[in-house]
Design a protein around this ligand. Structure first.
Ligand code: C2E
Ligand code: MG
Ligand code: MG
Length: 630
């Protein structure tokens, strides 16, 4: 169980447990031996001896009590001293060094080694030797004569020497045994510690020390059991930071990591102790909330989390602020197991991202239906590429001063046999996530190049075609070879092809990309940046590539008349492009006023419904002829 901790047993405790066990075993063996002796003495008619032995056996009950209380040293001292005294008594009282009880001394010394300590061992050995020596000496001097078979000093010395030898060998044995035991208990301790460490690593994220997915599952399952008992709700929140990659890219991974650690602390401290904030990796967190009474309560918590994520955090001298998108799913309403609830929370998180990020979304059934539809749509798209349900349309690019057509942007269209026309904003992301964009992109490129050659042949010269390229095409395919081959096959000159790239692709600035773009540039191909101004505040990447044009994003163009801020941004983009020798294209011009304004701002080209919507290749030929040769 995840919440259970490993027992924190120390090496000393292990040794103590071992010695206590041994003490009890030796005690039981001794009691049995004493009982046999008492019985035997009783049967021989030596009542006195039998009673003494029984007395010794009874007194040893105190050893049992001491062992049970963990007082091993006390128990061992009582046991060994009582036995030694009893044997000494028998030796003095009866046959001295020839008494059979003397044979028990070596056993007592062995016991002292196992359950006692060195002091007890030494004390007992000295006591035994002194007694034997005294018996021998007193018998020899005839001061005290043993009852049956008098002992003399010679035999006492002999017994002492033998006992010393036995003692010495036991001593050596004991030190070996002790060092092995110590080593063993140290090793045992090390194993226990590393087991604990492994268990922690297995269940926690190494960077933030938060529980990971395995522990999240465990916490969720425990919470669900509890919720079944008390009728409460359990919620999983899937949190994904928006644009966190920018922090890593611009400030470095160490700052990114430190930021995640600080954010984790803020998340943990804004929730109850019973809630679990878990990290799934990267900038993804999963939060398990338990014992919730209503959806209203969940709503308050998710709003609080959105707010906490938004707070700027000081990391390594930088104030960093991010936003987060959160998907929420609730058990038992949305599902009853961890996998389905977390999948649904994930789905809801993507919906929150689509809705413009920095927000949250609760899972609803429609999402599942949408997700299934998307899977079908990918299959349909695959078919569409093969069955040529797709076609390319062209939108003119207009010179703002001369109003002539100076280029065309190729835009793909899909006419689904059942669902009718599906806009590219719907199917291009699906094509990207499924990888189909590579095949699709190659087809669009070939179509566009072929059309451009036909326009040239029809007398429409020097009108380049611009093709949108997804960043995945650069990352996953041998796009440079494909483009060069298409130019060769279609016979289009490289300088009549323009590729519209995304800011995110250039921002990554991989060495591979620099190389790919410079090879294409070598073949005459031009590049423009699509939807410029929406992505990145750091424009350093612009100097690394030879870019011909910036296409100002439609959102600025649309608001340029009403919003002074948007106008200021547009003006700045145009001035910057001019000084970097790049052309500017205003996308989405719909009115004469906007056209006039961009002309005044020195923007070079425009594109939009004001002049023409995207049209077929033939229509484009007519349009361009009319505008250029009118
Ligand atoms: P984009 O590359 O920025 O294309 C411009 C979009 O703005 C086109 O939408 C175009 O029809 C639309 N547009 C042009 N003028 C106006 C106007 O005056 N008003 C308004 N409201 N819209 C205007 P479309 O064709 O729906 O394409 C949308 C996006 O889908 C494109 O944005 C591009 O990112 C992607 N896309 C389209 N075709 C392709 C393609 O062949 N390959 C790739 N990778 N992406 C494509
Ligand atoms: Mg474009
Ligand atoms: Mg655009």
């Amino acid at each position: 169980m995840a919440k259970q901790e490993l027992p924190t047993t120390t090496g000393d405790e292990i040794t103590l447990q071992f010695r206590a066990g041994r003490l009890l075993q030796i005690l039981y063996a001794t009691e049995v031996a004493l009982m046999i002796i008492a019985l035997q003495r009783f049967m021989l008619g030596t009542w006195g001896q039998s009673l003494i032995v029984i007395g010794v056996a009874v007194s040893l009950i105190s050893v049992y009590l001491a062992a049970k209380k963990g007082k091993v040293d006390l128990g061992a001292t009582i046991l060994l001293c009582v036995l030694t005294l009893a044997i000494t008594f028998f030796m003095w009282r009866y046959e001295g060094t020839k008494d059979e009880t003397l044979l028990a001394f070596p056993s007592i010394l062995v016991f002292a080694v196992i359950i006692g300590n060195r002091y007890l061992f030494s004390l007992l050995l000295i006591f035994m030797l002194a007694n034997i020596f005294m018996i021998g000496y007193l018998n020899d001097e005839q001061i005290y004569i043993n009852e049956l078979s008098p002992t003399n000093l010679d035999s006492a010395v002999l017994v002492c020497v033998i006992l010393m030898l036995v003692g010495f060998s036991i001593w050596i044995l004991s030190s070996d045994l002790r060092s092995v035991l110590e080593k063993l208990s140290r090793e045992n301790l090390r194993v226990l510690r590393s087991q604990k460490q492994v268990k922690k690593l297995l269940h926690h994220d190494a960077l933030t020390n938060l529980p990971n997915r395995i522990l999240a599952r465990d916490r969720f399952e425990q919470a669900l059991l509890q919720s079944k008992r008390d009728g409460t709700l359990v919620s999983i929140m899937f949190v994904d930071l928006d644009n966190f990659k920018n922090i890593n890219d611009s400030l470095g991974h160490t700052v990114g990591d430190n930021f995640l650690v600080e954010l984790s602390k803020s998340l943990v401290s804004c929730l109850r102790k019973s809630d679990s904030v878990c990290r799934l990796g990267g900038d993804e967190f999963l939060i398990v909330l338990e014992r919730l009474k209503s959806k209203q309560e969940i709503l308050q918590i998710v709003e609080k989390i959105i707010d906490v994520i938004k707070q700027p955090i000081l990391v390594d001298g930088n104030f960093i602020a991010v936003t987060g998108s959160i998907g929420v799913a609730i058990a038992p309403d949305d599902g009853k197991d961890f996998d389905s609830i977390s999948r649904k929370a994930d789905m809801a998180m993507y919906r929150a991202k689509d809705a413009g990020k920095n927000s949250f979304c609760f899972y609803d059934r429609q999402m599942n239906i949408d997700a299934q539809e998307n899977i079908c749509l990918v299959a349909d798209l695959q078919k569409a590429i093969k069955e040529e349900q797709l076609h390319v349309v062209f939108q003119p690019k207009i010179d703002l001063l001369s109003c002539e057509t100076v280029g065309a942007e190729a835009l793909v269209r899909w006419h689904h046999p059942e669902r009718g026309s599906i806009p590219p904003v719907e199917f291009i992301p699906l094509a990207e996530s499924s990888g189909l964009i590579i095949e699709l992109g190659e087809w669009i490129l070939k179509e566009s190049c072929e059309q451009c050659v036909k326009w040239n042949d029809a007398g429409l010269q020097d009108i380049p075609v611009a093709v949108n390229v997804s960043s995945l095409q650069f990352k996953r395919s041998n796009i440079v070879e494909k483009i060069l081959m298409t130019l060769e096959q279609t016979g289009l000159s490289g300088n009549l092809l323009e590729l519209e790239l995304t800011e995110s692709l250039l921002f990554e600035n991989s060495e591979n990309l620099v190389d790919s773009l410079s090879r294409l540039r070598g073949a005459g191909v031009h590049f423009s940046i699509d939807d410029f101004g929406t992505g990145y505040s750091n424009l350093g990447y612009l100097k690394n590539f030879e870019i011909s044009a910036l296409k100002i994003d439609q959102s600025f163009v649309r608001r340029v008349l009403e919003s002074p801020q948007d106008k200021a941004i547009v003006t700045a983009i145009i001035q910057m492009a001019n000084s970097l020798n790049m052309k500017t294209v205003a996308e989405g011009i719909e009115t004469v006023e906007v056209h006039q304004l961009f002309k005044q701002l020195n923007c070079d080209l425009g594109q939009g419904y004001f002049w023409a919507k995207p049209m077929s290749a033939d229509e484009f030929l007519h349009f361009a002829r009319k505008s250029n040769f009118a």
